[in-house]
Design a protein around this ligand. Sequence first.
Ligand code: AMP
Ligand code: DBH
Length: 574
Amino acid sequence: MITSHRAHEDASAHRPGPRGSIDLPTWPQDVAADYRARGFWTGQTFGDLLTERAAKHPDREAVAGGQERWSYAELEHRASSLAAGLSAIGVRCGDRVVVQLPNEPVFVEVLFACFRLGAVPVLALPAHRFTELRHFATQAEAVAVITTGVRGRFDHAELAETVRAGVSSVRDVVVAGTPLPGQRALDDLRLALPRLSTSASADGPQAHDLALLQLSGGTTGPSKLIPRTHDDYLYSARASAQICGQDESSRYLAVLPAGHNFTLSSAGILGTLATGGAVVMCPSPDPQTAVGLLESERITVTGIVPPLVIAWLDALPALGRDLSSLELLQVGGAKLDEAVARRIEPAFGCRLQQVFGMAEGLVNFTRLDDPDDLVVQTQGRPLSPADEIRVVDEHDLDVQPGEAGALLTRGPYTIRGYFRAAEHNADVFTADGFYRTGDLVRQLPSGHLVVVGREKEQINRGGEKIAPAEIEGHLIAHPSVRDACVVGLPDALLGERTCAVVVPRGAAPSPADLRKFVRERGVAAFKVPDRFTFVTAFPTTGVGKVSRRELRNQLATQLASSAPPSATNDDSGR
Ligand code: AMP
Ligand code: DBH
């Protein structure tokens, strides 16, 4: 267990001093030394990487989106200037900062400003709302929120203000747009000072320091924070770019939210920049916008979730776009149906790559030269030769080769524990440091994994992860709800949709009322249940626990026969 390894841990990762004394569960010292010796961890920070790239090819395009198009030199200059501005308002190396930005070039600028300064961004999604942002800011003890203005009729600056009011550590709100009174305009910070040109100063970040905090999909409740270092994250981005065949001519379209691990590092934004390519920020995943950009920006690679594949495939004929630049379409986040997978290469005229990853670390890719059957039937094999994979039964014993079991993993970019979550870590990591992914897989002789199911209590709604316990907590807060259980039901488009099964107190509330209630408690729209059904009691297991499996089976049978469920009042509208 993490604590028992304390004495042997890589001491540099939580040393006190200018970086603060963030106590991180980390790799044992000998393991860390091995990852360095084998060249996985290079000792470079993301700030140094950008400096190196900008010196090598200052004029090459780095990031584009909307009206902006920045060279590497310009990105470097902006990031350094903003780092200096953040420093001037008191953001220090090691401080955490909640970042909620849409897919616009400013996202990349802010990210690298934080990297340069050593501030640690907590990467919230644009869909997150008050309850979620407050949780991230509280957990991380964030000193600032960096956000945007009005997007899609929603005012993010106002949201950030409520977070500042609710979390005492948050001193500043920085807005890439029009700030509210008391907030700071990002444009003013950038212009404020001469640039902070180097990260090599004694109190700057080092490669074994925390680079960013990713968010877990959550199982037992709200998302946990995932501590990723410069060393491990840069390794995963670089190695991913190599597997994807990326080079200086690559042009990556960021379609999914930029802060998501897939978009950011598999190979994504950071893998593309690490190899000198260009990143184009896509403001919306709808086929009109995104497929339009594939053509107009001569995109070579992009990554999307399975429901988007279906939407794009359906829209392609009418759009009549020239997709001849596209070399690789990555699909991941949720299981891709084989029949859909087989339609991709003929329709897009490019190679398909399945990607099975997690923000905690391990990422699997099908390889560009894999036989077609492996590409359409498996979720790929681990990125690194140093990734350790175990497929185990309920006693943590290895299953026979080829049999299905629970996936455990450890390696040079898989965390050894969540940020400040000792109790949870004891459940989710084995004594010898393997992460329990919660996924059920089969491993083929080639090393490729097939995802066959899930043992964790999580719903995967087209790649968006939902922890039932989190939503049940919100529903139970409603005065007319005695008890609630949220389950995932099979769905042709999304893979799964959510259904809230509710035991009312007296008269059942209306689904519209419950939806509004959940939304107003400040959670992302994708977590609001798709369907509600009302019952008088839940089916239970032998020991009296609610049987989610039985509930799912009952609901699936009811839906399949489309008979009105007995003793229920069903509603599937949104
Ligand atoms: P997250 O916790 O949000 O990082 O999500 C990671 C989880 O997404 C994995 O543990 C899997 O359950 C799921 N996942 C990601 N990619 C795939 C894929 N290609 N096929 C099936 N499941 C996937
Ligand atoms: O779902 C994920 O979290 C995911 C999917 C593909 C991921 O983190 C990744 C690739 O890196």
